[in-house]
Design a protein around this ligand. Structure first.
Ligand code: CA
Length: 410
């Protein structure tokens, strides 16, 4: 294969790891996770190549990044900044394409890994950046008003979520209880949510922070964002609909947010960068993009063993660079481990909707999954979000986001 240019000194792009070349986990991917495996006591940082993982504490001993890679998660590497991110990625690429290194690197079967939350989640902010999703929700919740509120095309609308309930893929999600009131009921009641939902999103993991009082321009996106994770922003629609006026989502969202165990470095998504579909009216100068940060990431939503939707991230109205610029334009600080998510990804077609609220049009138009008519989540349902994107040598897979619904506490 051709000579590699920017990521390292290796002259080969072919990995010596059997099965990696041409797979969705080739050397153009190299995501990071915090994992334990049989015989390991505490989480260690790993990368994935083919169907194997590399223990980075062991492989990185003696390198200039040894301290960063010996940590139980990504926190020190996030804080180290973009020079270190590129350095580690270049070193890893060389290691996994250099035949001479093969005898020194221990490969772990990826199926033996238990993944843990890969970084300490700081602040969590969730945006609402899909025009199709926001329009659908507006039509469902406000059938007599404008689908989009007046601010929507002028700023990326968002809210602060709860970082303490961000959990890693595979963690069961207990059906929340809360206060809800249907429009035709005179008074609210308390009990298990009857309209439990998913939101298929993409999340952005902040690496290098900025002090209070400073801003990140759209051109600073790649200096401050380390990578991406799939996100399922579980939502109790009945709780949400009653509580959200006038200050926004609260307990209807804060019971659980699931993120992928694998963090895909932004560098792996370089071939997935695309222009935004178009913004009209023109945005204010601080939101003007200096480079394309639309991302051609495709998502699959699986419910009860059946793919029910394929939301296209490339159609998102606001870019993550604009989200970050907006997030900091008031001088709010950024810290390594801060997480911001895109909001539900929905496309114009019915089978591109990223929530069951939209797929069932507020519960009024059931859809089929697992051979049955469905609206909202049932106890025992398993939801899997899968993500893929163009990589340098073919399509790459991002980490999946998996969760099963447990019954509400009595
Ligand atoms: Ca959301």
């Amino acid at each position: 294969m051709s000579t590699r240019s920017s990521t390292g000194t290796s002259t080969s792009t072919t990995s010596w790891v059997a099965g990696a070349t041409g797979s969705a986990h080739d050397v153009d991917n190299l995501p990071y996770a915090a994992a334990t495996w049989p015989g390991s006591a505490t989480p260690r940082l790993v990368t994935r190549i083919g169907d194997h993982a590399v223990d980075l504490a062991a492989a990185g001993a003696g390198t200039r990044w040894a301290d960063l890679l010996a940590a139980p998660g990504l926190d020190p590497l996030l804080a180290a900044g973009p020079e270190a991110w590129a350095g580690v990625r270049g070193w890893l690429t060389d290691l996994l394409t250099d035949e001479q290194a093969a005898r020194d690197v221990v490969l772990l079967p990826v199926d033996d890994l238990v993944l843990h939350l890969p970084f300490t989640v700081g602040d969590f902010v969730d945006f609402y950046a899909s025009e199709h999703h926001a329009t659908n929700v507006g039509r469902i919740f406000r059938p007599d008003g404008d689908a989009l509120l007046p601010n929507w095309r002028h700023l990326p609308v968002g809210y602060h979520g709860r970082s303490g309930s961000v959990v890693v893929s595979g963690t069961p999600v207990r059906r929340p209880c809360g206060q809800r009131k249907a429009p035709d009921e005179p008074l609210p009641s308390y009990g298990p949510s009857a309209r439990l939902d998913i939101e298929a999103e993409l999340g952005f993991v902040v690496g290098r922070g900025v002090p209070l009082g400073e801003r990140v321009p759209t051109s600073g996106f790649a200096d401050h964002v380390f990578g991406v994770v799939g996100v399922n922003d579980w939502s109790a629609r009945d709780v949400q609909a009653w509580e959200y006026v006038p200050l926004g989502p609260h307990l209807g969202k804060s019971f659980a947010t699931t993120v992928a165990g694998w963090v895909t470095p932004l560098a792996a998504l370089e071939p997935a960068r695309v222009p935004l579909p178009g913004q009209d009216p023109a945005v204010l100068p601080y939101l003007t993009e200096s480079a394309d940060w639309g991302l051609d990431v495709e998502i699959e939503v699986e419910l009860a063993g059946e793919v029910v939707s394929r939301p296209p991230y490339r159609l998102m109205y606001w870019s993550p660079a604009q989200m970050l610029a907006h997030l900091t334009v008031n001088g709010a600080s950024l810290r390594p481990g801060d997480l911001f998510a895109s909001g539900t990804v929905s496309g114009p077609e019915r089978d591109q909707r990223g929530s069951l609220l939209e797929l069932s049009w507020g519960g009024r138009e059931p859809f089929t999954a697992g051979g049955r008519e469905r609206t909202f989540l049932e106890d025992g349902d398993e939801v899997v979000l899968r993500y893929s994107a163009p990589g340098a040598f073919g399509r790459i897979a991002l980490g999946e986001v998996r969760g099963t619904i447990l019954p509400a506490l009595p």
